[in-house]
Ligand binder design. Structure first.
Ligand SMILES: [Zn+2]
Length: 355
């Protein structure tokens, strides 16, 4: 509330018609204020031993306490307690590497509890159209990786109702998907013609477990994984020489997180871990990937050219995202090996992940 009043005082009514999700990026000086605010928050938050932290929080039957999955640090920095309709959880920061995660977290074997009912019902209509636009924009950002799928095998991990598989088969990929919701898999297979979705984990399906994929995609899946390192070592094994892995996930460096804290849109009911361009590098390096490239996310309406922002404001938004590495989503292309970097890295800035 105080910030709202302050905002009104500093900026007047000039930015009132700009949606909240864009306002933070276009008001002059706001980036620096939000970054300073974040700096203050993370230096002031107490750092606690895990044993002390455990005493502080009740533990439900389907939960466990974690140390940092990226660097092994056990100390905890309690930051936020996001909540919504019928849920709430605690988010901590690793004081060593900055990784943000839910603690306590869900026991991997109880992950199904989060998806028990109704998860599938909203995957249709305008939601579906918006999702597919987002997939197209992301594929374009990493052109030419997704331009021509003919003769290439693609695995969509967490394929849901098949919205991406539909686009992949249209681009010529020999595509398949896996998902843990049997309803979603059935829906996907109704939608698809050549591509196929399977129920289960990759190792449960012989034609997937055999590997040899040229592309693996994770659309809004990474934040849901309770054992990311195990999964990523598995993905690395499933990739053919020259293969790439695409990730779209919420960005833990988002300027919107810095501005809105526990009310940030990335803190959803089922998200478990929150990655930045730094912590995702750790994950990829430890899983055996050779390199990584990023495509900053300016927002779907800006990239699709349908935003109401004026041209100067669009420019300012892009500059703010670039300077802060603070887009609300993160788009990542990981390269399995040197061959992949040679084949697909050409137009991109590739960071090598030394072991
Ligand atoms: Zn850490």
């Amino acid at each position: 509330m105080a910030y709202r009043l302050l905002g009104r005082l500093v900026y007047g009514s000039r930015y009132d018609r700009i949606p909240w999700a864009q306002r933070v990026y276009v008001r002059p000086g706001e980036r620096l204020v939000r970054e300073a605010q974040w700096q203050l928050l993370t230096t002031r938050a107490p750092v606690m031993e895990l044993t002390d932290y455990r005493r502080l929080r009740p533990l439900k039957a389907n939960e466990e306490f974690l140390a940092c999955m990226m660097c092994g640090e056990s100390r905890q920095q309690p930051l936020f307690e996001p909540s919504g309709n019928g849920w709430h959880y605690h988010v901590v920061r690793c004081p060593s590497c900055g990784f943000l995660y839910r603690n306590p977290n869900i026991l991997p074997e109880r992950l199904g509890d989060l998806y028990a009912t109704g998860y599938n019902s909203f995957l249709t209509g305008s939601y579906a159209a918006n999702r597919q636009r987002r997939y197209e924009l992301t594929m374009n950002a990493f052109s030419p990786v997704f331009d021509e799928g003919k003769g290439r095998r693609l695995l969509d991990f967490g394929s849901g109702a098949g919205l991406f598989l539909e686009l992949a088969e249209r681009r010529g990929f020999d595509a398949c998907g896996v998902d843990l919701s049997p309803e979603s898999v059935a829906r996907a297979n109704e939608r698809l013609s050549r591509a196929r979705a399977y129920f289960g984990a990759p190792e449960d399906v012989p034609e997937i477990a055999a590997g040899g994929f040229d592309v693996i995609t994770l659309w809004s899946v990474l934040a849901h994984l309770p054992r990311p390192l195990d999964d990523f070592r598995g993905f690395r094994r499933l990739l053919a020489p020259g293969g790439v892995l695409l990730i779209l996930t919420v960005n833990a460096q988002s300027l919107l997180l810095k501005a809105y804290g526990p009310a940030w849109s990335g803190f959803t009911r089922n998200h478990l871990m929150f990655y930045s361009s730094w912590t995702v590098r750790t994950l990829l390096r430890r899983a055996g990937f050779a390199g990584v490239a990023f495509a900053p996310h300016y927002g779907d309406t800006v990239e699709a050219g349908t935003t109401a922002l004026t041209r100067p404001l669009r420019r300012r938004l892009r500059r703010t995202v670039d300077l802060s590495d603070g887009g609300n989503m993160m788009r990542v292309l990981a390269f399995a090996d040197e061959e992949a970097i040679g084949r697909w890295g050409g137009a991109l800035t590739v960071h090598r992940l030394s072991r």
